[in-house]
Structures are given as structure tokens and as C-alpha cells.
Design a protein around this ligand. Structure first.
Ligand SMILES: C[S@@+](CC[C@H](N)C(=O)[O-])C[C@H]1O[C@@H](n2cnc3c(N)ncnc32)[C@H](O)[C@@H]1O
Length: 238
């Protein structure tokens, strides 16, 4: 179920799931990643949006794959959507700057630079990377990958963040699917909604994961741009 009605609180008022993304250096902080641990691993980033994590990881010799519902589109279409969604996000964020910690980025101009850098690095890799199978169209809550095909699965700025737009069943099915394709760990960031409040069904979710005998914990990370968002949900296999 999707619902993009304006919320009554002062959450950022996005009218869609935006196609924007972060750089590898931002991923390292928000997922608390020690990439030296994952050098010989296969990593899935889903949904990746316009993040440059996979492009940059590839340059470092790390085997990484990006999935997104929009990866059936060509580079030019994604460039136009990425630019339009970035403008939309920055305009709406300017209305609620008090919800964010400005020690992560100095100001909106610097935030824009980071997002533009990610978009350009992603786009530079996308045409060849798509041919090579590094960018795959994926429509959650299903993934076109076999069981345990990735060591580490990263999922940023989608689940929980858009918790007002996708229902609990979608979250549950998506998380089970991310777990199905992982052999070691899944990390999901953030665990707050756009209103900076914790995902309201987080306790239900943790109970349901416990009942399914899936190991889960909340872990602090060294990143808190949206106030309160300094935690990931970590699932792992023993
Ligand atoms: C904000 S972006 C992800 C950003 C990136 N992970 C990061 O942290 O920088 C959210 C992405 O979710 C994608 N998306 C929306 N619905 C989806 C679905 N059902 N399955 C897969 N991707 C989806 C959108 O196309 C968009 O690119």
C-alpha cells in the first residue's frame, strides 16, 4: 500500500520516493561499515537510488551490486529524474531545517554538493555497470536473486523512512526478502520516519523477527543528520 498524503506534523513533505543517493563515505558512516572486513565479499545495496556506493566500491575492488525499481531506465532518464528529485528534496528540506543536525553538512549548499557528487559518480558507472550486471531492476518486496547470494545487504533511506507511505506488510515482506538473499548480515538505515520519530511498528517487527528465529538488534552508528537517526536495524545469521 502506498500513500503520499501530506502528514500533519513537520516532516519533510516529499510527494514521492526520491531518486537521490549518497556517496561511499556517507555509507561508511551511516551503516558503520568497516570496508576492510568486506573486501572479499559480495554486497547488495537495495534500493540504491542514485547512490555512488557500488561505483566507488567497484573501484576499490569490492564486488557490489545495486538494485532499484528504476534500473530499467536509461542514463539520460535517470539523470533528469535524479536532478528533479534533488531539487524537490532540497526545496522541501529547506522548510524543516530544524529537524536536521547541521554538523553533518555545513548548509544546504554543501548537502547539494554531496548529492550531486553521488549522482554524477553513479551515472558515470551506470551504462557499463548495467551491461556488466552491477545495476539490476528490483521491485521490492521481491528480489530476483537466489538465497544467500550476498554476504552483506545494505538498505538505506527507504524502509521506515517512508513508513507513512508503505504499510507494515510491505516492510515485513521486504525485510524477509533482504534476509533471504543474505548469507551474513542485513543493515537497514534509518529506523526513523521522515518526521524524525521512530518507526511506530518497530517493536512488532522485532517480535515478529524473534518469532521467525531471525537474529536482530538495534545498533548505534556515528551518523545523525535527521535528528534521532543514529541507529541501524541489524539482522544476521549465526
Ligand atoms: C532515497 S532512494 C535510496 C537512496 C540510497 N539507498 C541512499 O541511502 O543514499 C530510494 C529509492 O527507492 C526506490 N524504490 C521505490 N520503491 C521501490 C521498490 N518497490 N522496489 C525497489 N526500489 C524502490 C526509488 O526508485 C529510489 O531510488
Amino acid at each position: 500500500m502506498m500513500n503520499f498524503a501530506h502528514s500533519t506534523n513537520d516532516a519533510i513533505q516529499l510527494d514521492r520516493v526520491v531518486f537521490i543517493g549518497r556517496t561511499l563515505s556517507e555509507y561508511v558512516k551511516l551503516f558503520d561499515l568497516d570496508l576492510s572486513q568486506w573486501q572479499k565479499s559480495q554486497i547488495l545495496d537495495c534500493p540504491a537510488g542514485a547512490a555512488s556506493f557500488v561505483a566507488e566500491a567497484q573501484e576499490m575492488g569490492i564486488d557490489a551490486l545495486a538494485g532499484d525499481i528504476l534500473f530499467n531506465l536509461d542514463e539520460g532518464t535517470l539523470r533528469a529524474k535524479g536532478q528533479a528529485d534533488l531539487v524537490h528534496m532540497l526545496e522541501r528540506l529547506a522548510e524543516v531545517t530544524h529537524n536536521y543536525n547541521w554538523d553533518c553538512y555545513q548548509n544546504i549548499a554543501q548537502l547539494n554538493e554531496y548529492r550531486q557528487t553521488a549522482l554524477e559518480r553513479f551515472l558515470a558507472d551506470y551504462p557499463d555497470g548495467r551491461q556488466a550486471g552491477r545495476y539490476v531492476q528490483t521491485t521490492l518486496p521481491k528480489l530476483p536473486f537466489s538465497d544467500r547470494s550476498f554476504d552483506l545487504v545494505l538498505s538505506g533511506h527507504f524502509l521506515f523512512l517512508y513508513g507513512d507511505c508503505f504499510d507494515y506488510a510491505f516492510h515485513w515482506q521486504t525485510i524477509l526478502e533482504l534476509y533471504r538473499v543474505c548469507s551474513q548480515e542485513v543493515r537497514i538505515y534509518p529506523i526513523q520516519g521522515k518526521d524524525a520519530q521512530p518507526y511506530p511498528f518497530l517493536n512488532n517487527l522485532i517480535n515478529d523477527l524473534n518469532h521467525a528465529e531471525i537474529s536482530v538488534e538495534i545498533v548505534n552508528v556515528p551518523w545523525e543528520f535527521l535528528k534521532g537517526s543514529n541507529q541501524i536495524l541489524r539482522l544476521w545469521r549465526a
